[in-house]
Design a protein. Structure first.
Length: 246
């Protein structure tokens, strides 16, 4: 993998780059980074899944981005569609995270307004005994019966549905310095509308996908937020951009 910006380098390790990026907290709110992949015509999925857009480079960058966070945050629909598992790390990443005062692996938080979560999601159904339980964040309108007996820690915020500031405050109270949001697009829209996205990592697949897939940020407020291109990587025609809000 090579770096195109901020200055050209013939060979770089994404893990070295992302792990050493500076991500300051905003008072009591942790830094929020978002990560998405899209085709060159803007599709976020092929046949309903993002995996059809990725390649070896995307997997390497995805691994590096996840290594850089304390919590992975995802909406329940995306967790079900993408069959989410508890985040895992290799021995080398675990060691490097420990040197930064982090847990061996990020934990997982699933957000649901309704409380109706697919119990077959591997993070809920196939968790190993040595893994922490995922956190389910929901609101007062959630179906209590649907939440019963989930193999997860349940947090109900005081409002009807979870709001971004409430979600981040909850994760901050649990020691999060950096939170990674992985979508889906509608959840990204909610986060964007709340003005809490500090960093956006975009993988651009060299693919024309067609179809009617949603944009990476969908159905949020019409709110233009300037982002600065901090870094641009390339491998096999795929581009990996890191944008930050000044």
């Amino acid at each position: 993998m090579r770096q195109l910006l901020p200055h050209p380098l013939d060979e770089v390790d994404p893990l070295d780059l992302y792990l050493n990026d500076v991500r300051p907290a905003h008072g009591e709110r942790p830094w929020l980074m978002a990560n998405m992949i899209a085709s060159i015509d803007g599709a976020t999925a092929v046949e309903g899944l993002s995996g059809g857009l990725g390649g070896a480079g995307d997997k390497a960058v995805f691994r590096a981005i996840r290594a850089s966070c304390d919590w992975v945050l995802v909406a329940s629909a995306t967790a079900a569609a993408e069959t989410y598992r508890m985040p895992l790390t290799s021995a080398d990443i675990t060691q490097r995270r420990a040197a930064q005062g982090r847990s061996p692996a990020p934990n997982l938080a699933i957000v649901t307004a309704s409380g109706r979560i697919d119990r077959a999601i591997p993070a809920l159904a196939d968790r190993t005994p040595d893994q922490l339980r995922p956190l389910v964040i929901t609101g007062q309108d959630a179906d209590a019966a649907a939440l019963d007996n989930l193999d997860a820690d349940i947090v109900r915020v005081a409002t009807a549905t979870p709001e971004p500031q409430q979600i981040l405050q909850e994760l901050g109270q649990r020691g999060a310095r950096v939170v990674l949001a992985e979508g889906g697009p509608r959840f990204n829209g909610i986060l964007h509308s709340a003005g809490v996205v500090d960093e956006f990592c975009l993988s651009l697949s060299p693919t024309l996908a067609g179809g009617d897939s949603a944009r990476i940020v969908a159905k949020g407020d019409d709110l233009a937020v300037a982002m600065r291109l901090d870094r641009l990587l390339e491998e096999d025609g795929a581009l990996f951009a890191r944008y930050v809000r000044d």
